[in-house]
Ligand binder design. Structure first.
Ligand code: TYD
Length: 134
């Protein structure tokens, strides 16, 4: 998939507490290589502000809420995540910024690649040049 996509996950409603899940290939378009999470974000902080050359990710607000702002080199799109039963699929080569974190929010991120600092593009002008070459 080469477009961002909000993916609604199954929700097993239960008076004992609800349950949601995702697995490849039913909900998730890639196999998971790595999982990390972002938490204890002070008010007003911004995470991300980079793109990945190869890595794809799927991000869920497991708790609380935050916004993901994606830029494809031409236009910007904002996704507000505030439920634990859907998440945002982000293909490679999208500039992303995570912001507006609510108190106690928890961002779960799964990726198809292990951590590789070489996969990051941290300069927006470089990103625009690379993305427009394609
Ligand atoms: P970074 O991806 O730049 O954070 P964000 O995009 O949320 O602002 O990562 C911050 C630091 O954490 C950076 O020094 C690399 C390290 N890191 C790892 O060692 N492993 C990981 O899986 C991730 C995501 C980051």
């Amino acid at each position: 998939m080469d477009k961002p996509l909000l993916i609604t996950l199954p929700k097993i409603v239960d008076p004992r507490g609800n349950l949601s899940f995702f697995e490849h290939p039913n909900q998730l378009p890639f196999e998971i290589e790595r999982t990390y999470w972002i938490y204890d974000v002070p008010g007003g902080e911004v995470r991300g502000s980079h793109a990945f050359k190869e890595q794809q990710e799927f991000i869920i607000a497991l708790s609380g809420s935050f916004d993901i702002v994606l830029n494809d080199g031409i236009k910007e799109e904002r996704f507000s995540l505030n439920r634990s039963y859907y998440g945002l699929y982000i293909p490679k080569m999208y500039w992303r910024r995570l912001e507006n974190f609510s108190t106690n929010s928890l961002a779960l991120i799964v990726s198809d690649k292990s951590y590789n600092s070489e996969d990051y593009i941290r300069d927006f002008e470089e990103f625009k040049t690379l993305v427009n070459e394609k």
